[in-house]
Design a protein around this ligand. Structure first.
Ligand code: 6OG
Length: 159
């Protein structure tokens, strides 16, 4: 949709190291109870990169070293009371510190070939495998509450 402008800007981070991906069980906020990557909403004046580094530090107590933006996810909801979200998605492979549980998130490592899509937002299975293959992506998703109704996805090779 050409005119689509989000209400909320947010980020997600997926750290991949030694064939494993660092996921969280989200304890509060949007998607509480689901498995996702760490991340969250922009604070005023932040860039996407500044936001994702701060969120990962707040949620897991680690500092990511080599964040790179891989794609953008756009979420709209049929129920007009839920804000529309644009989410910048990053990957990294190195970090300082040890992932710790915080009030926001419980971290765990998962084999990249055993990602628990059943416990995640329904969009993830459509773009996360492409990202793990090194593809860039942009996607639009429509949700009715927790249920995904439709989507469009473009993927491309990295420059
Ligand atoms: P906080 O409430 O933590 O910011 N998020 C979604 N992630 C996926 N994969 N699918 C969705 O489908 C999502 N909706 C929101 C983006 C919200 C966090 O939740 C993610 C942010 O990291 C609808 O501040």
């Amino acid at each position: 949709p050409a005119q689509w402008t989000p209400d909320i800007l947010a980020t997600l981070m997926f750290v991949v190291q030694d064939g494993k991906i660092l996921l969280i069980r989200k304890k509060r906020g949007i998607g509480a109870g689901k498995v996702n990557g760490p991340g969250g909403k922009f604070e005023p004046g932040e860039t996407a990169l500044q936001c994702v580094l701060r969120e990962v530090r707040e949620e897991l107590c680690i500092d990511v070293a080599d964040a790179r933006e891989m794609g953008v996810l756009n979420f709209s909801f049929t129920c007009g009371t839920i804000p529309e979200i644009r989410c910048h998605v990053f990957m990294a492979s190195s970090f300082k510190g040890t992932p710790l549980e915080t009030p926001e998130a419980e971290p765990f490592w998962c084999p990249v070939d055993g990602i628990p899509y059943d416990l995640m937002w329904q969009d993830d299975r459509f773009w996360l495998p492409a990202m793990l293959d090194g593809k860039r992506f942009e996607a639009f998703f429509t949700f009715e509450g927790d249920r995904m109704l439709e989507f469009s996805l473009k993927t491309g090779d990295c420059p």
